[in-house]
Ligand binder design. Sequence first.
Ligand SMILES: NC(=O)c1ccc[n+]([C@@H]2O[C@H](COP(=O)([O-])OP(=O)(O)OC[C@H]3O[C@@H](n4cnc5c(N)ncnc54)[C@H](OP(=O)(O)O)[C@@H]3O)[C@@H](O)[C@H]2O)c1
Length: 242
Amino acid sequence: MATQQVIIIGANSAIAKALSVKFQQQPDVLLTLITRSPEEIKHPTIQTIAINNYDEADIIKAVASVKNTSNLPISGVFVCNGVLHTKNIKPERRLEDFSADAFNYVLSANTVVPLLWLKQLLPLLCEQSLKCTVTVLSARVGSITDNKLGGWYSYRASKTALNMLLKTASIEFKRRAKHVKLISFHPGTTDSALSKPFQKNVAEGKLFTPDFVATQLLSIIEQSTSDNSLSYVDWQGKNIDW
Ligand SMILES: NC(=O)c1ccc[n+]([C@@H]2O[C@H](COP(=O)([O-])OP(=O)(O)OC[C@H]3O[C@@H](n4cnc5c(N)ncnc54)[C@H](OP(=O)(O)O)[C@@H]3O)[C@@H](O)[C@H]2O)c1
């Protein structure tokens, strides 16, 4: 019987799907998946919440559905949203490629959307005392220290800004939701639609399966403590310089 719930947001992401398989094997977990493509989620017993878009009004409705369906405490939240490229957007190779519209689109998906989820879930998280780990998918390229290659202006900046927002939230959570642990997670290059166009230069053994990444992340979460700080870590659990 379920005693806790886990929420996976952006559940059609390759990494989200691998996480969801892991949680389906845990009978004490009520799993809730939130996605724009619920038809892709084929498992009949998983609770799926369809979202039209990721604007704040839709996020409010989705969180209300979570609240109405169960009052089990939330032990885990995974925010898997992220955009690197679309049909019309390619990561910039040089300054001339930069476009305000593309930047705003990437910033909205990678930075604004995750913070809106935190904002709207906070009241639910404040109501409980169970330890809850909130993992947001970030990326090493958001590290200013690590930026040796340049390029990818919008994606890099969106992840750097995401980290700053999460760091700021972790300071507020220390006061308002001490039992919440925030993790900004770099999965490593993982085989998914997002990395597909950039996989040919990945060194042998460095293109991870979503299943491997999900296993690593769950082990990192298991070892984490509610230390009221944001951890910016990679798939090995190693801290990344900001
Ligand atoms: N794959 C990698 O190599 C890699 C490396 C570093 C970091 N990451 C990060 O890991 C996360 C998951 O990536 P993935 O590789 O699993 O990617 P993916 O399979 O391409 O999944 C994309 C995700 O982004 C959501 N999404 C797509 N367009 C969106 C938009 N306009 N606004 C808001 N959300 C949108 C999708 O939600 P729906 O379920 O609603 O479709 C889905 O959750 C991303 O944050 C990515 O930046 C990935």
